[in-house]
Design a protein around this ligand. Structure first.
Ligand SMILES: NC(=O)c1ccc[n+]([C@@H]2O[C@H](COP(=O)([O-])OP(=O)(O)OC[C@H]3O[C@@H](n4cnc5c(N)ncnc54)[C@H](OP(=O)(O)O)[C@@H]3O)[C@@H](O)[C@H]2O)c1
Length: 254
């Protein structure tokens, strides 16, 4: 199983590099970056439910059937399991169900990519958590890496959740186009949701202190930062009154 874990890490790394290369050239063709008349699509809500699902089922199956040590998972491992499942209960189920525009479509090729990536990632992170010796010891709950990571993850999650809510509210009146988002971390960046997401996964990487957590944090940056830059450019061309001091994704930096 260790071989499968290393293979999953390798696949995540390769997918991260190929995503970075592709999105630097052109943002992934979903949402505002879809081209008119794009074919090979499916309903966006079903797409999100489908491609995010391995994050919870692959993690849960691996955690309970493959990963647990002889003595059973420690309280630290159970905490990390709960945090992961809570996040993906939100991202994989609640978030798609809250999407406003039910007629949006999503490319099937991106669904396949997301499904495979999430399968590898859910497996790798659950395996890593279940096999990390430092997570067997409840003393880890008092370790500075756990405390700092938890604080970083909590901050990132709040920023991401607030940004999701702000974006969803822009279409609360039945409008189906795009408006300039305001409030929360949108004061500083065009993609406050991606900023929060990246911070959250760095928090996870620090608090779990596993190679899989690190690789996922790096993948999130490779995936979301070029897309945030594309969103930022798109806003600037679309809205002449777009706030000039806003950056793309990292406040004051990028
Ligand atoms: N960890 C990861 O690698 C990863 C990868 C992807 C996504 N995510 C997370 O999943 C969530 C959604 O991602 P996404 O790529 O779909 O984000 P997005 O492009 O910012 O879109 C989010 C939602 O808000 C709508 N929206 C965005 N800007 C809008 C505006 N100016 N006016 C009105 N509506 C607007 C979008 O509609 P349209 O679809 O019509 O554009 C979409 O329904 C985010 O929280 C993100 O962090 C995480």
């Amino acid at each position: 199983m260790e071989t499968a874990y290393l293979a999953a890490l390798g696949i995540i790394g390769l997918l991260g590099l190929s995503t970075l290369g592709a999105t630097l050239r052109q943002a992934g063709p979903y949402g505002r970056h879809m081209t008119a008349g794009q074919t090979g699509t499916m309903p966006a809500r079903a797409a999100w439910l489908l491609f995010e699902s391995p994050q919870w089922f692959a993690f849960a199956l691996t955690f309970w059937l493959v990963a647990p040590p002889e003595a059973g998972p420690s309280s630290v491992m159970l905490f990390l399991f709960g945090l992961w499942q809570a996040h993906y209960f939100y991202r994989g189920l609640i978030y798609p169900l809250r999407m406003r525009d039910r007629h949006k479509s999503f490319p099937i090729v991106a669904v396949c990519f997301g499904f495979v990536f999430n399968l590898c990632n859910g497996f790798a992170n659950a395996y890593a958590v279940g096999h990390a010796a430092h997570l067997m010891d409840t003393a880890w709950l008092g370790d500075p890496r756990f405390i700092v990571g938890l604080a970083v993850a909590a901050f990132g999650w709040v920023v991401n959740f607030q940004a999701d809510n702000i974006l969803l509210s822009l279409r609360g009146d039945g409008f189906t186009g795009y408006r300039i988002p305001h409030g929360g971390a949108f004061r500083w960046v065009s993609s406050a949701n991606y900023f929060g997401e990246i911070v959250f996964w760095w928090g996870w990487a620090i608090m779990s202190w596993t190679p899989a957590g690190l690789v996922f944090a790096l993948f999130s940056m490779a995936n979301l930062m070029p897309r945030a830059v594309a969103h930022h450019r798109w806003y600037r061309t679309r809205f002449p009154d777009y706030p000039k001091n806003r950056r793309a994704v990292i406040p004051h930096l990028l």
